[in-house]
Structure formats: structure tokens, C-alpha cells
Write a protein that binds this ligand. Structure first.
Ligand SMILES: [Zn+2]
Length: 226
């Protein structure tokens, strides 16, 4: 109740908020109602902007599903007849889905959503190639990572000590530079477009606390949609 208000808005749970909750380093951008964070809200706006991505009888894969987006994506899939497959390697979701070896046929997946997982994997290039393998020629893979490192090249860590020192989180392996992240996606075969928080009006960025979030939209071929 103490968060209810009008200055801010979470589009996923449609809550009007007086403020967002602090999250790591006291940055206030976590929704106190559904726990969404800026990457999820930007992805939500992309899904909303592209209703054509939800296709009857086709498959949406959601890796390491975030509860708030999972509820909404599942509902969209029920409405549209799309099949929803959610999972990961740590017991989240409905099934075991390992990005290094996905249980899907070549070129079979029309929509793929994976948020802040590749940056936590040693074998990110292998995972990118595996996602490319399963993507349909007209499919879209939304592969979000923090890709804002300002150094000359991606900050990679090799040990738990380095991960704690660099990220205060021993689950995070690296923080990409944008150029290096895109280069790795190109190497896997993807064409990459951007859907940026900064493409939105300042009022929307503020109200939804989208920060400087960037969504990498990956596809084999086809016209730009972002
Ligand atoms: Zn919310």
C-alpha cells in the first residue's frame, strides 16, 4: 500500500506507484508489486508493440522465466494459441532447458526470450549458436544482457573471487561491451537490431523507470521491426 501512487507505473502488473523499490546499490527500479525490473519492462513494451509475434501453434521459449513476465506471456499464449515452453537449468519453469543443448528441432522456434542469462554462462558462444540453430528463419530471439561496459572490451572474470570483486555476484561471469556482444551474436549467425529505452518519450522512460536499457533483437533474416 505504501508504494501506491501516480508518479510511476509498472506496465506489466499495471500498478500506479509512488516509487519503485531499491535494488542493489540502492537504485530504485524494482516494482514492489510484481518484482519487474527495467529489462523486463522494456521487453514487455516490445512484446506489446509486436502482437504479430504471437502465432497459433508456434512455440515461445522463455528461459529462466521471471514470474511477472511468465504470467503475462502465458496468458498471451493462451489467447493466441501459441505454445509456451519455460524452463532453465536451476529448477525454474516447467522443464529442464539447457542453452547448450536445447530439446528443439532445427529452425523450429518462432519466439525466444532470454534475459540476463548469457552473461552468467561461461559457454555463451555455444549458447548463442545453439539458439541460432533452433530459430525459425522468421523467428525473433530477444537476448538481453547487460552490455554497457565502457572498457575497451568485455569485462570477463575467471574465478569466484573475481566475480565477487567485479559484480558482487558470483553468478555473473562478464559484463559485455555492446560492440563485443553484438560481434559474438554475429559470429553465431544472427542479425542484430536494437529496441532501446531511449527510443521512448522521456516521460515514459521516467514513469516506467526503463533506465538506459537496450534490447537486442536477433534474427536470421528478414525486415527490421524494431
Ligand atoms: Zn509490476
Amino acid at each position: 500500500m505504501r508504494y501506491r501512487g501516480t508518479e510511476f507505473f509498472c506496465p506489466i502488473c499495471t500498478s500506479g506507484l509512488r516509487e519503485f523499490q531499491p535494488w542493489k546499490e540502492a537504485m530504485a527500479f524494482r516494482c514492489p508489486v510484481c518484482a519487474s525490473k527495467p529489462p523486463h519492462r522494456l521487453a514487455y513494451l516490445y512484446f506489446q508493440k509486436h502482437p504479430e509475434l504471437f502465432l497459433d501453434h508456434e512455440i515461445l521459449v522463455h528461459i529462466a522465466p521471471e514470474p511477472e513476465l511468465r504470467v503475462w506471456l502465458q496468458a498471451r499464449c493462451i489467447q493466441t494459441g501459441m505454445r509456451y515452453r519455460a524452463g532453465g537449468i536451476t529448477g525454474v519453469g516447467d522443464e529442464y532447458l539447457d542453452l547448450r543443448k536445447l530439446p528443439f528441432a532445427d529452425r523450429s522456434i518462432r519466439l525466444f526470450y532470454c534475459c540476463h542469462v548469457l552473461n552468467a554462462m561461461q559457454e555463451d558462444r555455444q549458447a548463442m549458436s545453439e539458439i541460432f540453430r533452433v530459430m525459425h528463419p522468421q523467428g525473433i530471439a530477444l537476448l538481453q544482457v547487460p552490455a554497457f561496459y565502457r572498457g575497451e572490451t568485455t569485462l570477463e572474470t575467471q574465478s569466484q573471487e573475481e566475480r565477487i570483486a567485479a559484480f558482487n555476484d558470483d553468478g555473473i561471469v562478464r559484463c559485455y561491451t555492446d560492440a563485443d556482444y553484438v560481434s559474438r551474436l554475429h559470429d553465431a549467425g544472427f542479425q542484430v537490431d536494437y529496441f532501446r529505452a531511449s527510443d521512448h518519450p522521456a516521460e515514459v522512460i521516467h514513469r516506467m523507470q526503463l533506465k538506459e536499457e537496450v534490447l537486442h533483437v536477433c534474427r536470421r533474416t528478414g525486415p527490421k521491426t524494431s
